[in-house]
Design a protein around this ligand. Structure first.
Ligand SMILES: O=C(O)C(=O)Cc1ccccc1
Length: 310
């Protein structure tokens, strides 16, 4: 039996479409999970080799269920990311008219992407959250709700009809998905990589967050995501999920992480993996003084000073 990837199901989610763009998915059994935690649990308990889940969208930011699952529990690591452009279709049972729709459903992350459309077209419809967009389609098929926002491709799978397609409040809305597995050696650097970490401050003091960000800034490491999440220890207690440009094997990234390890209460490494948004050729050159060579030359000079050989 081939190794399996768990994904946010049921069949017909955007997550499944994004997963199928990965070449390695073709050689795995793809197993739908009822939720993001269920998909990640399958990895933690050895039931699946990896899980594929949404983590961020360009309209609302981080998908908090996924971030919170990666922040806590047995450590997991991100190995790949996929970006997918998202537009929604309004799916109904055949024959249902727009004027008859009283309840609509979708994944909570879909709501900010269809809010204006709903206000203009179905201002009185009640919103009900579903475990995923395809699960919303399934619930419409069962007669639980009148309409679901989902991918147009989910219509056939659930015997539904698209009353409207191409629904998107924001142009170019994209969702980012990640392939998550148990910790192991990260993939080799490609030249266009991203490193994800979670940081917990050691103590609360003025400029505390600036101190954390400064570890990246002084080494010329650009940040791509900063999302605070409550630690659960009381109001005002947050950890920080950060995506930085570069790979942990880049000296400037490694040195930034060493700096953070020294000043943070805890640092959780979530992986270094190829960026889906650019190719190695399009990546900016490092700022002056932050290339691997320059870090190595400086380290070599210190070693020579320590030896009295400068
Ligand atoms: O994959 C899906 O269908 C989901 O339910 C997650 C999601 C939610 C909103 C936009 C893209 C993906």
């Amino acid at each position: 039996m081939p190794a399996s990837y768990a994904y946010l199901g049921p069949e017909g989610t955007f997550t499944e479409v994004a997963l199928r763009t990965l070449p390695e998915a073709a050689t795995r059994e793809l197993v739908p999970a009822v939720s993001v935690p269920a998909a990640l649990d399958a990895v933690r308990n050895g039931g699946a080799e990896a899980a594929f889940v949404p983590i961020e969208n360009s309209v609302e930011g981080g998908i908090t269920t996924t971030l919170d699952e990666l922040v806590a529990g047995e450590p997991l690591m991100i190995y790949r990311e996929v970006l997918l452009s998202i537009t929604f279709a309004l799916l109904v049972r055949p024959g249902m008219r727009l004027s008859e729709i009283k309840t609509v459903t979708a994944h909570p992350a879909a709501q900010p992407q269809v809010r204006n459309w709903l206000k203009a077209n179905l201002p009185d419809a009640a919103w009900e959250s579903a475990a995923s967009n395809a699960d919303g389609a399934r619930l419409v098929q069962e007669g639980r709700y009148d309409a679901a926002f989902a991918g147009e491709f989910a219509a056939a799978r659930y015997g539904l009809q698209a009353l409207e397609t191409g629904i998107h409040d924001a142009e170019n809305a994209q969702t980012r998905f990640v392939l998550v597995g148990k910790p192991a050696r990260p993939a080799a650097p490609t030249g266009a990589d991203k490193t994800s970490v979670v940081l917990w401050q050691r103590d609360d003091h003025p400029g505390g967050l600036r101190d954390l960000l400064g570890e990246f800034a002084v080494r010329g490491v650009n940040l791509m995501l900063l999302q605070s999440r409550p630690t659960g220890a009381g109001i005002g207690n947050y950890c920080f999920c950060i995506d930085a440009e570069g790979h942990i094997s880049d000296r400037r990234v490694a040195e930034a992480l060493m700096g953070l390890k020294r000043i943070c209460l805890q640092v959780r490494f979530l992986g270094s993996y190829p960026r889906a948004d650019v190719k190695p050729d399009d990546v900016r050159v490092p700022l002056p003084g932050t290339s691997d060579d320059e870090f190595m030359t400086a380290a070599d000079w210190v070693a020579r000073c320590q030896d009295g050989r400068f």
